[in-house]
Design a protein around this ligand. Structure first.
Ligand SMILES: [Zn+2]
Length: 339
């Protein structure tokens, strides 16, 4: 097999390993709790697979077929660095699944599609996104599931700049490729995690909150993969409900078992999805804007429309940070059930 494939795999694996260990060493306990869904062990298996694969490169055994002891096809290894069986030995079912993954990896590099805010009956939606650099690592999108139910997603790629922006655009393409054939948020995220975790082109991780909303029953079904908990306000309530993580961030856990949560919205309820660029705004004393200030603002302005809520949160977060340029990408989606 061409030597440059192994060099490419090695570079990708080393970068992944560096990113994960740096996260474990530098992230705050609170950030780790959210990102790993309070399961500190989930990342260990992934590190183990990375280290084993790097060792195999050194031993010249990476990509060695378990059946015929030849090397697997280079393009197969490029797509999945853990590949250890030649395509010839696959069953028709396994082959079909692999072809779908191959197709996905080819589609993933295509250009961005334009974004628009959909009309959803009985609901007002608003969205805001501003990258801190020309290319940002935040992502939000709207799409439809196989049965026509609405999909909402907000995501934050670790890191900034061009690399994060490229991962963001590939995420959008992957999601738009998978979603029209999917029935649930868990199904989409399981497939995206499987694809991202073994593909050497994606060396970092992504937090994602993915929602399925059925307007006829107002049922909201979601998986929170290591993302900042969205804020749900029930009309008339004096407290916020935080939709806590139900899975680790995409690209961190080898074994990904997302838990799906479901709730029914009522008239006047509102939901705010946001990235950490909102809650991590710093003031002059280096205090964070934080979740409790966000909750306070949302409770005080519970009567505002979806777009009014976005504007108010943005104004107050900027004022808290003394109107300096926000250091991180800032993205929010606001949803309000009409009365
Ligand atoms: Zn073989």
């Amino acid at each position: 097999m061409a030597l440059d494939i192994f060099q490419q795999v090695q570079t990708g694996l080393e970068e992944k390993h560096r990113n994960v260990t740096e996260f474990l060493e530098t992230a705050s306990d609170a950030a780790k709790g959210i990102c790993l869904c309070n399961d500190a062990q989930c990342v260990q298996e992934h590190l183990h697979v990375l280290e084993t694969s790097l060792q195999k490169i050194e031993d010249n055994t990476l990509g060695l077929c378990e059946v015929c002891h030849g090397y697997v096809d280079a393009s197969h290894l490029e797509m999945d660095y853990t590949a250890s069986i030649c395509l010839d030995h696959y069953s028709p079912d396994e082959m079909r699944r692999l072809e779908a993954e191959l197709e996905l990896s080819q589609i993933v590099q295509r250009a961005l599609l334009p974004q628009r805010i959909p009309n959803i009956a009985g609901v007002e939606l608003a969205a805001f996104s501003r990258p801190s650099e020309i290319v940002g690592g935040d992502y939000f999108d709207f799409f439809q599931f196989r049965d026509g139910a609405h999909g909402l997603v907000i995501a934050d790629v670790s890191g900034h700049g061009v690399a994060a922006g490229m991962l963001m655009s590939s995420l959008q393409t992957a999601l738009r490729t998978i979603a029209p054939e999917a029935d649930s948020p868990a199904e989409i995220l399981e497939r995206i995690n499987r694809f991202y975790i073994h593909n050497i082109h994606f060396s970092t991780f992504v937090t994602i909150f993915l929602v399925r909303f059925d307007p006829s029953s107002r049922t909201l079904t979601y998986v929170n993969a290591g993302h900042n908990p969205p804020a749900l306000h029930r009309k008339g309530s004096a407290e916020m409900v935080w939709l806590m993580p139900t899975a680790p961030a995409i690209g961190l856990a080898e074994i990904f078992n997302p838990r799906t949560e479901s709730l029914v919205l009522s008239s006047g309820d509102s939901l705010l999805l946001y990235t950490d660029g909102v809650t991590e705004v710093l003031n002059d004393s280096m205090e964070q804007f934080g979740q409790s200030r966000l909750a306070q603002i949302l409770l005080q302005n519970a009567d505002l429309s979806a777009s009014g809520t976005l504007q108010t949160v943005l104004q107050q977060a900027s004022a808290f940070g003394d109107n300096k340029m926000l250091a991180d990408d800032v993205t929010m989606i606001s949803l309000k059930v009409l009365e």
